[in-house]
Ligand binder design. Structure first.
Ligand SMILES: [Zn+2]
Length: 213
């Protein structure tokens, strides 16, 4: 077992033992389309992560609203936002969760699949539901829910995840993400995962939310 593998297991243990910090009953979803403006994110030819992430995020917003959630977006057009600006915006909301939408990139062109990152325990629960639902919808390779220290999920006080809906650097997935049908499947998967997380938290915790301050 590698050192990094041991470290991530220790982090996972710490995450699971830590008390849940935030109320699970939320009605607002803060949607954060990754990158924007001069920051394209992963890029291959004419395929830009920032555009695909924004389109997926707008589709996610539509699904969540249909399900009765309130949504707010860190950006709705092709503009640059710093990571602290995104976190500051998210932390202004109460009874909310934070979902950052990205697509992946690596120099190893054969790598593919969908993954979801979390930093704390609430994020872990949310990440697992969202990851499972995305895989059900897309049938993509399952790279699973993973611990990471990305700035936005580390600093956001809400239950937070960062979704990676496939690799811009992989030919097969790049072809898929250019189609609205695939982006729709990712968006639907995220929305269904969020809804399953909310229902699971309600039944397992079963606490009246008003009593939690
Ligand atoms: Zn990204």
């Amino acid at each position: 077992m590698s050192v990094s593998r041991i470290t991530s297991l220790l982090c996972l243990a710490a995450v699971l033992l830590a008390p849940a910090a935030m109320a699970a009953a939320f009605r607002t979803v803060v949607i954060d389309p990754g990158h924007g403006g001069h920051d394209s994110g992963g890029r291959w030819g004419k395929v830009y992560e920032k555009h695909i992430a924004l389109d997926t995020a707008l589709r996610l917003e539509k699904h969540l609203r249909k399900m009765g959630y309130r949504t707010v977006m860190t950006r709705r057009d092709d503009r640059f936002l710093t990571l602290p600006q995104r976190v500051e915006f998210a932390n202004r909301h109460r009874e909310a969760i934070f979902v950052s939408v990205h697509y992946n990139y690596t120099w190893k062109q054969q790598v593919q699949g969908v993954e979801t990152f979390y930093f704390n325990q609430d994020g872990w629960n949310l990440a697992n539901h969202v990851q499972r639902s995305m895989i059900q919808r897309t049938r993509s390779e399952d790279r699973q829910a993973r611990f990471a220290r990305y700035y936005v999920i580390r600093n956001c006080k809400l239950p937070s995840i960062l979704v990676e809906g496939g690799f811009v650097s992989n030919e097969e997935e790049r072809k898929l993400m250019k189609s609205g049908g695939f982006r729709e499947a990712i968006a639907r998967g995220i929305a269904e995962g969020i809804d399953r997380y909310r229902k699971a938290e309600e039944t397992t915790k079963g606490r009246p939310t008003g009593a939690r301050g």
